[in-house]
Design a protein around this ligand. Sequence first.
Ligand SMILES: C[S@@+](CC[C@H](N)C(=O)[O-])C[C@H]1O[C@@H](n2cnc3c(N)ncnc32)[C@H](O)[C@@H]1O
Length: 272
Amino acid sequence: MQMPDGLPAEIDLSRPSAARVYDYFLGGAHNFEIDRQLAEQIAGMTPNLAATMRAGREFLRRAVRTLLDAGIDQFLDIGSGIPTVGNVHEVAQTANPKARVVYVDIDPVAVAHSRELLAGDELTGVIHGDLREPERILAAARDLGLLDFSRPLGILLAGVVHFVRDTDRPGEILATLRAAAAPGSHLVVSHSTFEDQPQEMLDAQRLSARTDTEITLRSRAEVTSFFGDWTLLEPGVVHMPLWRPDSPSDVDEHPERFGAFGGVARYDQPTA
Ligand SMILES: C[S@@+](CC[C@H](N)C(=O)[O-])C[C@H]1O[C@@H](n2cnc3c(N)ncnc32)[C@H](O)[C@@H]1O
């Protein structure tokens, strides 16, 4: 197949990619016919899905602002996706022009576009990495030299842990990432769930098996466990729109219909 200009040759354009399907839902331009077909099929089953993805992005923006208010000025964003409007570094650097962001994604298209977009920005970096190999991500992030792991860090896992199957031990992956962080660090997680969901949403999630990255829906208790012994910020692990909305009127009458939980926790200095 002919490769569109500027894209790495290893990209498989015969299969839809989760990052490009997501980009399409968010109104981005970095997707192909195969991605749009799957996106339309999913959207036909759950008209609410594009709104769900935007709600995920909004949750991430509110969480990053909360971290900035807590003094966090460096972020490791794993499963960062294709750069679309309101990227983490834009949100962060608007509040703190010196904020540093390292983006990590498994999808070569997302990585290629991120590198293109961020070329020349010395405060951001991009890693082609797999969340299932957290040690490699941490080593690559250290090599980049942008993040100082002896200082508080914001670890962002927005809409990505549900791509890790139980057999790949997500609990251990999260523990490895938490162990690399200094006291004062914060962890942000949003994650799809089966709790309170109608059947059509569950059916649409099953279609994700057609992309390279299948989704595992998890309970609130499982999502909460990913924060380990870190201190959950109020209001805890809740349906995403309920996590510190900008205004009460922003909260949908049925916040559960967005199908995902979100939460933020802080690593408090252990007492001797
Ligand atoms: C739903 S998008 C979320 C994008 C962004 N974090 C946000 O919330 O707007 C999920 C992203 O996770 C990436 N991804 C899936 N599995 C991954 C893995 N094992 N390691 C790293 N990234 C992964 C996909 O390529 C995709 O870009």
